[in-house]
Design a binder for this molecule. Sequence first.
Ligand code: ADP
Ligand code: MG
Length: 464
Amino acid sequence: MDIDKIDKRSLWKQTLERVKVSVTLPNYNAWFAPTHLVSISQTSSGYLLTIGCSSSFVKNTLEIRYLGFLQEILKSSLQKHCEIEFVVITDPNKTIPSKEIESSTPLFENLFAKTENIDNKATSCGLRKGYTFTNFAVSSSNQMAWAAAEAVANNPGNAYNPLFIWGGVGVGKTHLMNAIGYTILESQIEANILLCTGEQFTNDIVEGIRNKTTQSVRNKYRKLKALFVDDIQFIAGKDAVQEEFFHTFNALVNSGGQVVLTSDRPPSEIAKLEERLKSRFEAGLIVDIAQPDFELRCAILQIKSKEKGLELDMDIIQTIAANTNSARQIEGFLIRLITEIKVRGIEITPYYVLEMLGKPQKDEGKNINIKLTPDEVVLKIAKYFSIGKRSLLGSSRQKNFVLPRQILMYILRVELGLSLQEIGRVTGGRDHTTVMHAVDKIKQLISTNVNIRGDIEGIKKMLL
Ligand code: ADP
Ligand code: MG
């Protein structure tokens, strides 16, 4: 398509029409309506589109959640790959004459009043502040759970019932559960929903029995449009509580109410959970969330640091992501980082971040804890990757030999302190520039690739 023939306005209008059919109306109004196409230019591989956003909040959300989605739509209209950059700028075509601004003020007031009302209602329903879909990042480790949660949020009582989300500590179960509740309130503020922990539910039942108010406790739970119980495993082994939960569950689901549960393990593995509850839970949809991968940790870091008013460069984000495992660890680290910045007023560098993470970078050649000879190291690494010594030291360019070979050179250099020439000799007569290239390559991979880091750690343990 000839770029001069593209009409920016109609291209964007057409794009937004297509967005509209794929996202919910609140999402459309919040994130897409306040955008316009600023410019479009040709690049070597396709087009570059600059999209104007009314605020940095809109810009961030589009970048984090909808970039790929917009690219797909644009690619299918323009038949070429599209790069997109977002900028914060108001739409010149939408400049509001000053008279209208005055008359439109109540509209904004209404909008804010509405969010405030939802926030208040959310708190009274037991929801936690700030846990929404907007600030929930998605990647392969939580994609299924997220999609199921969105489906339930948009169609409570009908999509999956119950929705059972399980996974380790800090993987975002509580966040996702709250996001469902918040979305239900956004479309139906009067909805009668309740979020509690397994422990709170237990306390309520026990209190009810003690004070002879069981009936009113029942009424409270059984009439809900949606009930969310976080950490349901807590009720296992408590007979009266499980009994009560079973009847609550049935009453609620039979009258079209939605139940969402989280746990640290799947129903089948919760010890002392009554069989009839297990089978009820298993009748719905069970999804698990794994620990976040590197990309997801980066996205979470971006979200959390922005929420805390901290702008971190990408190399800092990647360094932290490469050296943490979970979202909880990330949050803990950010709090420490903010304190450091405030207390010491220092500039944050990747080196400093590594120091804080307790992983100071060692000078090459000075870290010689390993007592093995280079030849012994060769054998151990061959064994670690289950390949023969010949393949490890040979000249095959197959990936499953090249990477172990480069790791071997890296270990010999960094952990044993051998010179480049020596390493060349030990590894079958290689040139020192080849060795240098391999060592650099692995160093770079270590900061971006979790699997490689895992391999290096594993090998180091084996060599000690
Ligand atoms: P869990 O209930 O699984 O133990 P939480 O939902 O309490 O975990 O999450 C721990 C912290 O990590 C919260 O601050 C949460 O906002 C954050 N978090 C976890 N996963 C994500 C994600 N995918 N996107 C954004 N924040 C996340
Ligand atoms: Mg939790």
